[in-house]
Design a protein around this ligand. Structure first.
Ligand code: NAD
Length: 269
């Protein structure tokens, strides 16, 4: 697929998507990036000289079949309303990566009657290992679903949701999830240091253990519970540690944390 794609906002997320697309073989001259910030445009130009950059959103929209909205949620209403006439003239597939902005609002701000896919990526997308939940409105056809999916697959894995409301739960799990993993890694590092390991050694062991466990689980046909059971010998060290974590009600804590994040995501939308 080599449809023309216009990015409105050429910040961190847009640049990671552009990087993923180009690495996937997407023709850079089919990509447009619009941003009022000269610095952001210069970053795009330096990395990908063949991409069209502009500070005029209308110019990018005039060439696109896919319009990626990658501005901050706070400015989305204003930015979308301003470009409604150009979008209505072109009727591209609209893909929004803005956290907490509902597709029906985006569609309304852009003048209505548009195919909109709303996505919730996460920060590992910056290194090509993102996890993105996608939800399509009823106007999105099969080809457009494939297009949106290939766009986000360029920076990691994707899952489709039946119902856009589930994006609040996705935000709680994978959107905010990298922070939970970082906290877990920090806690491992601190605990290892408290047991007498040099801080740097504890840091490296904690990081590689988290990475290795995730890679093993991803590459295995078995679920996490089975893999956990396999490293937990009866009467061994792991069993002792897991008993402490279960007694501390880690699962219940995680349930409460995700519920709090899901509820906050719903409030913000
Ligand atoms: P960012 O600040 O790096 O990028 C936003 C860009 O929008 C900036 O370059 C800014 O100059 C530009 N912009 C502002 N007004 C504009 C206008 N009128 N027209 C065109 N461009 C304009 O932010 P980011 O981290 O890339 O986030 C972008 C979107 O991605 C946000 O909506 C955010 O919710 C979503 N998102 C980000 C992450 C993440 O991990 N960074 C994760 C999930 C979702």
């Amino acid at each position: 697929m080599n449809e023309n794609i216009a990015f409105i906002g050429a910040g961190n997320m847009a640049r990671s998507l552009i990087g993923g697309l180009v690495a996937d073989g997407w023709n850079p001259s089919a990509l447009w990036a619009a941003d009022p910030s000269e610095d952001q445009r210069a970053l795009v130009g330096r990395h990908w000289p063949d991409i069209h950059v502009t500070d005029v959103n209308a110019e990018a929209i005039a060439h696109c079949e896919v319009l990626v909205l990658a501005v901050k949620p706070q400015v989305m209403a204003e930015v979308a309303r301003a470009m409604a006439p150009q979008v209505q003239a072109r009727k591209p597939l609209v893909v929004s990566i803005a956290a907490g902005v509902r597709s029906e609002d985006i569609e309304r701000w852009l003048g209505g009657d548009l195919a909109v896919v709303r996505c919730m990526p996460n920060t590992p997308a910056l290194v090509g290992s993102g996890a993105t939940g996608l939800a399509a409105n009823t106007r999105v056809d099969a080809r457009q679903r494939d297009l949106a999916e290939s766009l986000l697959r360029a920076v990691g894995m994707t899952v489709w949701l039946e119902d856009e409301a589930q994006l609040d739960a996705v935000t709680a799990l994978s959107g905010s999830g990298p922070a939970y993993c970082f906290l877990f890694i920090e806690a491992l590092e601190d605990a290892g240091t408290a047991l007498g390991l040099p801080r740097e050694t504890a840091r490296l062991l904690a990081l590689q253990t988290a990475f290795g466990a995730a890679k093993l689980a991803l590459e295995s046909d078995e679920d996490a519970a089975t893999l956990r059971a396999r490293v937990t010998s009866r009467g061994g060290t792991t069993e002792r540690a897991l008993a402490v974590l279960e007694a501390g009600e880690l699962r219940e804590l995680m349930q409460r944390a995700l519920t709090a994040a899901r509820d906050r995501s719903h409030e913000l939308a």
